[in-house]
Ligand binder design. Structure first.
Ligand code: ZN
Length: 422
């Protein structure tokens, strides 16, 4: 059985009942970083997540029963760390063979070259006999562009990837057969990049190798796999349904991050195939003051922490919303999550960001000005606002006006509430 067969039989099991072992294995196979695995992730999402509104409702109903989590920790050896929102981050060490690092700093402890430079990475490209011809050319050019814009980029994962990676050219049919995707796929576990040479261009190569490879990595050290990924795996507990499951959170932001890196590496201004996700990531990180370089280092887990510090009450909701959007759009099942609206996600996000600040009496004009600048910093003219079809869209300029108006309304409501209280 190849990976796809295994996944499909697991999905069947998952759909049938509450097979926890199946969900675990599926979750680990989802980790492999391929586009295809995101597609495979879709059936789980559809069974648990019907729409963005439902996402928020569902998340609130996931009861984090510490007692049950403790049971699972004992029974299955999950290392659960409460991250709030009724979610636990799981450090999966089931087979005691893979260790998941929390940050690039933690990963750094396991490698020979702790702080590689751009020159080191360039050398690694030249020394890798599998990276040749136009692939070598595109990567070197991409690296030069990154160096100009992001001189402080943490290259520890990328260096390991470039050093170990082999490029495998396959046909369009083989690619679809193997990983259900088109173009290219980076598999850090295998240390391979599958490429369909008839389709790829410099954007695709830089997206896979630089965009993902900058913060998705696995190495073998003392018979143990050491992994770091910017997206994260969490355990959630739906106590009402007596169901425990794993959820892979932030795979959409992983794509957004890969495109943000690739835009810089290829000097693209119009955005790549994951521009919606890149836009959401930009808004989350700019609002919370996280530079792209830090997102790469600390990943979705770091973003969730910082969002919470920035008074975002339900950070996971927003990330899962983007995940849902990505899954639905990419699998072309437009009518499934029919409220997958970037528009509503962004409105709720900014109101969430502002509400506590209003209560604390912070300067509203300053906050509004910050939001205004973030929304004007967009490369978007329009964004998705579809009720039934994601093609419906709203003008970014209009969205900005509406968000600012809604914040004023929120302010009025808060003030009249305070008056009543007095
Ligand atoms: Zn990708």
């Amino acid at each position: 059985m190849n990976k796809i067969d295994i996944n499909q039989s697991l999905i069947k099991k998952l759909k049938k009942g509450k097979n926890k072992i199946a969900s675990f294995i599926l979750a680990t196979t989802i980790l492999s970083g391929c586009e295809a695995n995101k597609e495979i992730c879709q059936p789980i999402q559809n069974t648990t997540v019907k729409s963005i509104n439902a996402v928020s409702e569902n998340l609130n109903s996931y009861v984090n029963e510490q007692r049950m989590l403790n049971y699972y920790t004992k029974q299955w050896g999950y290392d659960c760390q409460d991250i709030g929102n009724n979610f636990s981050k799981v450090k999966m060490d089931f087979n005691k063979n893979i260790y998941y690092c929390d940050s690039l700093d933690e990963f750094r402890k396991y490698v020979d070259k702790a702080n590689p430079t751009y020159t080191d990475v360039r050398e690694a490209i030249k020394n890798n006999t599998s990276i040749t011809g136009k692939y070598e050319e595109w990567l070197l050019e991409g690296l030069n562009n990154l160096e100009m814009k992001l001189p402080d980029l943490d290259l520890v994962a990328l260096y390991q990837n470039i050093k170990n990676i082999s490029i495998v050219e396959i046909t369009t049919e083989e690619m679809y057969e193997k990983i259900r995707t088109l173009g290219a796929c980076f598999s850090p576990e295998e240390g391979k990049v599958y490429i369909d040479p008839t389709i790829v261009d410099s954007y695709v190569i830089c997206h896979e190798i630089l965009g993902h490879g900058i913060s998705t990595v696995q190495i073998l050290k003392d018979n143990k796999y050491i992994q770091y990924k910017t997206d994260m795996l969490v355990l959630y507990a739906d106590f009402q349904a007596a169901e425990y499951n794993f959820k892979y959170i932030g795979f959409s932001l992983e794509e957004g991050k890969a495109d943000l890196i690739t835009d810089i590496a290829t000097q693209t201004v119009s955005g790549g195939p994951y521009d919606m996700e890149a836009e959401q990531l930009r808004i989350f990180t700019e609002t919370c003051g996280i530079p792209l370089t830090d997102y790469i280092k600390y990943g979705a887990a770091g973003l969730i922490k910082t969002m919470r510090k920035s008074d975002i009450n339900n950070p996971i909701d927003y990330i899962v919303s983007v995940d849902t959007l990505l899954s639905s759009v990419r699998s072309h099942e437009f009518d499934l999550p029919n409220n997958s609206k970037m528009e509503s996600n962004m409105k709720t996000f900014f109101k969430d960001y502002v509400d506590d600040k209003i209560k604390n009496g912070e300067n509203l004009d300053e906050i509004k000005n910050k939001i205004k600048l973030i929304l004007e910093n967009t490369s978007y003219d329009w964004i998705n606002a579809g009720e039934l079809f994601v093609y419906d869209s709203v003008k970014m300029e209009d969205l900005k006006i509406e968000i600012l108006r809604e914040i004023d309304e929120l302010n009025k409501t808060e003030k009249s509430n305070t008056k009543v209280l007095k």
